[in-house]
Design a protein around this ligand. Structure first.
Ligand SMILES: [Zn+2]
Length: 455
């Protein structure tokens, strides 16, 4: 049956576009050595830049000014770092001029994303980009132990299912062909979690793909209640940050290895772990990933910085050096698997607000991430600026049974003092211990929230 479904799925894909062809291409690219990968990226980057210069009004100006492309089409990649970073605000402000002039000749659609920061951003996505994205997804599945057509379960927040009340008939048919079941984790009650376990036990999926937070919560629930659960061959986590203690618990409870994947609604799947688990391999033929320090210069391997993505497949609206809103580091070492694709070593998803203190200073929320992420007793946190001189730090502790205020009194005092250093000596700091912090629709959650008006 699964072979039959696989054939039906492949047929559907070959009718709809180039996904299977692109997947073959990705399969070859993954085994190139490091220098071949670099050459491939440079060639694809140069062709994107010259397309952008010729067809996209915004980039004609920006690339010309940065001296990256000159009239006559000469691309100077050594000046790539001179291109200003692009963020959501810039996309919103320049939406019209970021469109490629050849849109009428392309097949494209509009994607709205980024509800997590409050203001959604609209992007134009090329059909080619969508086909490449699908191909990456299928390859990632194979890397992580799920051949096409095998039983696949999702523990995933589906906005569509939540809004529709249920799966539509068309969705149901697609999921049946792909051999998928979806456990909608948008709101997970204890009764629902019990039903999820029951469905997993009956369906026996080869792989479970899940929001990191949700499968972790489910693992905690299963362990706490002493339930028995089907062990899939692997678990693929995506969306949100997978902390080491989360990975350990998920692997223990499901008796299966966890693979992490990194992606976003704006640029699709960017990187995925291979069987060696030494970091996440960047899909280098489709995504050029840079780690940029606060002053805009490139970070060295092992150094943390902001992740900027250049999408090599979306010609309808090129995104060049796009600030995706996450922090990470690149590894300097090749992975033992032999793939030459660059390795993202560590990832910190973030969505931060800027705080403004009583003096009018603007404080980057990342300051708090650095303070709080180093405390081993903190599982998750959120920093809320209630007023100019009042900050509330919400903490989900690793061990929920502790008497935190006594046991971590020194850490809390230190955090309060550091917060006052950042915000001003008159700032009040309170701590709140909670069981969970709600994630946004995209599966990420906001690290910092400011309730203080900007001006
Ligand atoms: Zn590898």
């Amino acid at each position: 049956m699964s072979l039959l479904k696989k054939r039906a799925w492949e047929l559907e894909l070959s009718v709809r576009g180039h996904t299977l062809q692109y997947k073959k291409q990705l399969e070859q690219w993954q085994w190139l050595d490091r220098s071949e990968v670099e050459r491939l990226q440079q060639a694809r980057l140069a062709s994107l830049l010259s397309h952008a210069y010729d067809n996209v009004p915004y980039y004609r100006e920006v690339l010309g000014r940065a001296g990256v492309v000159q009239d006559g089409g000469n691309v100077r990649l050594e000046r790539f770092h001179e291109i200003p970073l692009l963020d959501k605000d810039a996309v919103r402000a320049n939406f019209e001029t970021l469109k490629s002039n050849d849109l009428p000749l392309r097949t494209w659609s509009v994607q709205s994303s980024g509800g997590s920061t409050g203001m959604p951003v609209e992007l134009i996505q090329d059909k080619e980009y969508l086909d490449w994205s699908y191909a990456i997804k299928i390859l990632d599945d194979e890397w992580t132990g799920l051949p096409m057509g095998e039983k696949h379960a999702f523990v995933w927040g589906s906005v569509r299912d939540t809004l529709a009340g249920n799966e539509t008939l068309r969705t149901q048919l697609g999921r049946w062909i792909r051999n998928e079941i979806w456990l909608n984790s948008f709101r997970m009650t204890r009764e629902q979690m019990e039903r999820f376990v029951d469905r997993l036990n009956r369906y026996k999926p080869v792989q479970v793909t899940a929001f990191a937070e949700n499968i972790y919560d489910l693992a905690c629930f299963i362990e706490e209640k002493g339930l028995s659960v089907h062990a899939p061959k692997s678990i693929l986590t995506s969306a949100g940050v997978l902390y080491p203690h989360m990975r350990q618990k998920i692997e223990r409870v499901f008796r299966a290895p966890v693979f992490n994947r990194y992606g976003s609604r704006e640029v699709g799947n960017i990187a995925c772990e291979c069987e060696r688990h030494e970091g996440l391999h960047v899909s280098a033929g489709t995504h050029y990933v840079e780690i940029v320090k606060e002053d805009g210069t490139p970070a060295a391997p092992g150094e943390y910085g902001e992740i900027a993505i250049t999408l090599l497949t979306n010609y309808a609206m090129p995104l060049i050096r796009y600030r995706i809103g996450d922090l990470g580091t690149m590894s300097g070492e090749p992975c033992a698997c032999g793939r030459g694709l660059p390795v993202l070593k560590d990832l910190i998803g973030r969505t931060t607000d800027v705080f403004i203190n009583a003096n009018g200073d603007r404080i980057d929320g990342r300051m708090f991430i650095r303070l709080l992420m180093l405390k081993p007793f903190i599982h998750k946190f959120q920093v809320v600026q209630e007023a100019y001189d009042q900050v509330r730090i919400v903490i989900v502790p690793v061990d929920k049974t502790d008497d935190h205020r006594t046991r971590y009194a020194r850490d809390l005092a230190e955090l309060a003092e550091d917060t006052r250093k950042i915000m001003g000596s008159g700032c009040g700091v309170e701590f709140e211990f909670v069981d969970g912090i709600e994630a946004t629709a995209s599966g990420k959650y906001r690290f910092t929230i400011s309730k203080v008006p900007r001006n």
